[in-house]
Design a protein. Structure first.
Length: 220
């Protein structure tokens, strides 16, 4: 049976790669995008719903699919206000999970981050940890939370500090062995492919997918 997928965050790096993969994947008859801005030049199998994702409930009637892929995320540089940051990184994924539960969507995948911990004193890690907790509270049958390390790849916007960090990591990461393996850069292509593989797997029981697991699942 052909499937329908929802993507949140298709205008971002990982979400964009995921969109390309789902378009090329014959399993998917329909792809629904929910975003603030339109993407031009997409095929007929893609339907776009444009609006404020902070008010995701407005799309309740059309928020129907077999799978939801949530690739929403911001940065401190882009969103310095902590309240607004939390509305995005916590609010949108949790609302999407609630809508998925209400509309009987049985597969929900969300990109979190290495270090997510609801008891952390670090705001970013705490926010991600709280998001993970409240997504899991929805008890969606197939829930997968991916925790990549620093995400690689080229971005359209200028993010100087992140680019410097990626350059340094690329130099030193061959030294990361054993437990340090999880801190190696996670490529966005691997995240996207791992999400698709998980959504179409009948044997993966883990809910939390670590950065090292992402790389392994990509090869399945």
């Amino acid at each position: 049976m052909k499937k329908t997928a929802i993507i949140l965050g298709a205008t971002g790096l990982t979400g964009g790669i995921l969109l390309e993969k789902l378009i090329a994947n014959d399993r998917y008859l329909s792809i629904k995008l929910f975003s603030r801005s339109k993407i031009e030049g997409l095929p007929n199998k893609v339907t776009q719903f444009i609006g404020n994702l902070l008010n995701l409930e407005q799309f309740n009637a059309v928020f129907t699919a077999d799978e939801v892929y949530c690739c929403i995320g911001t940065t401190k540089a882009k969103t310095p206000d902590k309240d607004h940051y939390k509305e995005i990184d916590y609010g949108i994924p949790v609302t999407a999970a609630k809508l998925s539960k209400e509309n009987n969507i049985e597969t929900f995948l969300v990109v979190s981050a290495l270090g997510a911990n609801l008891n952390s004193s670090v705001f970013y890690n705490k926010t991600k940890g709280e998001m993970e907790r409240d997504v899991q509270k929805q008890n969606i049958r197939n829930t997968f939370i991916l925790r990549p390390s620093l995400i690689g790849g080229e971005r359209n916007e200028r993010r100087t500090l992140e680019k410097i960090g990626l350059t340094i990591f690329k130099v030193i990461q061959p030294l990361f062995k054993g437990k340090l393996e999880q801190y190696k850069i996670t490529e966005p292509n691997n995240i996207a492919q791992a999400m698709i593989n998980l959504a179409n797997s009948t044997s993966h029981a883990e809910v939390i997918i670590t950065s090292t697991e992402i790389k392994r699942i990509t090869k399945n």
